[in-house]
Design a protein around this ligand. Structure first.
Ligand code: ZN
Length: 322
């Protein structure tokens, strides 16, 4: 698993915040109980006095008196524990993660709770508030695709069913598979499939960055011209285990955006990292919009999944009206 430093730092910070919050709540609960049970402070005082007296007696060799005091101390300890228990104070602050007690580390390694959190952070940081569980493979409904065959004798349903299988295989075997390119007009479920892949790959604990080409290109160009010298965005695009580039071709195309796209695609290919791209453009249009080198990189190393059929958003809208 490889997460950007920013994401890991944030995940560790959140886990540490959890621990501090649990500690604060524990202290608050304890002080409320002391307020409701004034005898507790009394017991504490007595215990302190008896403990130091017992120590002195032990030191002067009067073990008989010391043991007597120790017995009284034990009784007070039991009494105190009984009151605290009846007031429902847990023995220690209640942690979210029982494995690492919210320290973030387990046997000298990062705890699973941190890597899980980092996985969902890298996902949400570029996705905004899009709900993770809406677009899954199970919620991908093939009934929306017509069974009417085209001139090549293939119906949209058959085509999409084959593509769905490719996507499921890709997610299941991740990170073994290579790269996917979804082509076809809007409203055919390309984004749904990309999200479903992201969902499954994240569940397996891999890092995923998801974003529209427009947003990612804007962020990278901002970083390129930023004087601070930070390369966090570019690094995460080049190093996450799965990059999902949604809606390629809808951004305002310039020489800079073309070179950003080429650099991302090329770097990831060289590093053997998977990328999933969805676009309304066909390969010829990719060639025209970006450059021949972008198109040839894609043709050479992506499994192309041409989606076709009717806009299912329109079909859903019509259905909802009825
Ligand atoms: Zn943990």
């Amino acid at each position: 698993m490889a997460f950007s430093n920013d994401v890991l730092r944030e995940a560790l910070k959140q886990v540490s915040d959890r621990r501090k919050k649990a500690q604060r709540e524990f202290e608050k609960q304890k002080s409320d109980i002391y307020e409701a049970h004034p005898e507790l402070s009394d017991i504490d005082n007595q215990m302190q006095i008896k403990a130091s007296r017992a120590a002195l007696l032990m030191f002067s060799g009067n073990t008989f008196e010391a043991e007597k005091l120790q017995k009284e101390l034990n009784e007070l300890t039991v009494q105190k524990a009984r009151i605290l228990k009846s007031a429902e104070l847990p023995e220690v602050p209640e942690c979210c993660c029982k494995k690492c007690n919210d320290t973030g580390y387990c046997d000298g390694k990062l705890c699973e709770c941190v890597t899980d959190l980092a996985a969902s952070l890298s996902y949400t940081s570029l996705l905004g508030d899009m709900p993770l569980d809406v677009s899954t493979f199970d919620s991908f409904d093939l009934d929306y695709y017509s069974e009417e065959k085209n001139e090549k004798g293939v119906s949209p349903r058959r085509q999409m069913s084959a593509i769905l299988k490719i996507c499921r295989d890709f997610a299941e075997k991740f990170p073994e598979g290579k790269n996917l390119l979804f082509t076809g007009s809007s409203g055919l479920g390309k984004t749904h499939l990309s999200l479903a892949i992201a969902n499954e790959v994240l569940k397996k604990g891999h890092s995923v960055v998801y974003g529209s080409a427009q947003n990612l290109i804007t962020e990278v160009s901002r970083e390129t011209f930023d004087r601070s010298g930070s390369t966090a965005k570019i690094d995460s695009l080049n190093s996450c285990e799965l990059l999902i580039l949604d809606d390629l071709g809808t951004e305002f195309s310039t020489q800079l955006s073309s070179s950003i796209v080429y650099n991302i695609i090329n770097t990831r290919l060289l590093r053997g990292l998977s990328t999933v791209i969805s676009t309304n453009l066909d390969i010829k249009q990719i060639n025209d919009t970006y450059s021949e080198r972008v198109a040839s990189r894609i043709i050479g190393s992506y499994t192309v999944c041409p989606c076709f059929g009717n806009d299912i958003r329109l079909i859903k809208a019509k259905k909802a009206k009825k």
